[in-house]
Design a protein around this ligand. Structure first.
Ligand code: ARG
Length: 350
């Protein structure tokens, strides 16, 4: 006799739903790994402290001494505003961006607002500020909003050096090993999990081309070009391209030397195309966003550049949410919990 599985039971298979959400992520080139995603069930967490403890476990499991594992931690599902759980950081690990009076920023400009929010909640930056100060994680559970600092052992970082250029080490650059997105909503199709941080491992260009290379981020191409003695007066010297290459060599080499898992964009492209083939064989169409899939350097030297993709959407998936401090509720919580209101001045939309 046919015995259909009750819908509720199917819906309970969180790990499978999470794997599918990854498989459906149109912007992710790393999806060949989707079956390897491990899920930690933290749906019983009730307080900010319990959420933080679960996040520490998440990072330890994911970091795994450098052999990065893909992990998602699932917190209680949305059941009304009163009990909403959210992590305010875009990623679990982020570096502060301190804005000076003249508008210049020390650290990561992408985290300027988050840094202000953390300071307003009472977080004190280190006595001597650097470009790579770890931000605390800001956790909201219902009406409570709290900051927690990571323990040193929880955060694996890689210092950058270059196999051929000795000057590189003296630039004092580093990055963290685990990219864990913490501000997206995990939507199964019939349920919402506004707090479900997940991580994979890095592709080198994410750090070397974008995080450290973008003019609106660490903007290091001019610094490296100068060290390499390149002609920065003419764009035709391709100084940016040279600097970009050296920076990306340093990122990949240093991660590898330290035994920290990372992939390069050529390998990632091959893996992604194989994933597309494998999906086709089981009768599924891969939806993808070309502008996100194609790596930010040497695009046309990767296979993913030379084709198009369907742009549909499927549940389960991960969706963006309005930044917590830009919601009415977030602003109310900030005002209520702020220890240093003056830090909130100039916050976008705050
Ligand atoms: N691009 C982001 C960063 O540079 C990380 C996004 C997620 N990346 C990943 N490999 N899972 O921090």
């Amino acid at each position: 006799m046919l015995c259909p599985i009750p819908a509720a039971e199917v819906a309970e298979d969180l790990p499978e739903l999470a794997r599918r959400a990854w498989r459906h992520s149109n912007r992710c080139i790393g999806r060949a790994q989707w079956k390897a995603l491990e899920t930690i069930d933290a749906r019983s967490a009730e307080t900010c402290e319990e959420v933080f403890e679960a996040l520490q476990s998440h990072l330890r499991k994911a970091t795994n001494g450098g052999r990065i594992r893909s992990v998602l931690t699932c917190f209680p599902e949305w059941s009304g505003k009163e009990k909403e759980i959210r992590i305010w950081n875009h990623q679990l690990i982020r570096y502060a961006g301190y804005e000076a009076e003249d508008g210049t920023i020390l650290g990561d400009p992408a985290n300027r607002d988050l840094t202000r929010v953390a300071m307003s909640l009472g977080w004190t930056p280190p006595a001597s500020r650097s470009a790579f100060d770890l931000l605390p994680v800001i956790i909201q559970v219902g009406d409570f909003l709290r900051c927690f600092e990571w323990e040193k052992e929880d955060v694996l970082e890689v210092r950058f050096r270059h196999p051929k250029h000795d000057f590189f080490e003296s630039l004092d650059l580093k990055w963290y090993a685990v990219p864990a997105i913490s501000d997206m909503i995990f939507a199964t199709g019939d349920r919402l999990f506004p707090c479900a941080p997940f991580n994979g491992h890095y592709m080198g260009t994410e750090i070397g081309a974008r995080d450290l290379g973008d003019a609106a981020r660490y903007n290091l191409l001019p610094v490296i070009a100068e060290k390499l003695d390149l002609d920065t007066n003419s764009s035709r010297s391709l100084w940016k391209d040279h600097a970009l290459l050296v920076l990306n060599e340093a990122v990949l080499w240093s991660f590898e030397q330290d035994g920290v898992r990372i992939t390069d964009h050529h390998r990632a492209s091959e893996d992604f195309l194989r994933f597309c083939e494998a999906e086709k064989r089981v009768g599924r169409e891969v939806n993808a966003d070309w502008s996100w899939i194609v790596p930010p350097m040497s695009g046309s030297s990767t296979g993913v550049f030379h084709r198009g993709y369907e742009s549909g959407f499927e549940f389960p998936n991960f969706l963006p949410q309005v930044k917590a401090w830009e919601t009415k509720r977030g602003v109310d919580l900030l005002v209520k919990n702020a220890k240093r209101v003056e830090c909130l001045e100039g916050l976008s939309h705050g």
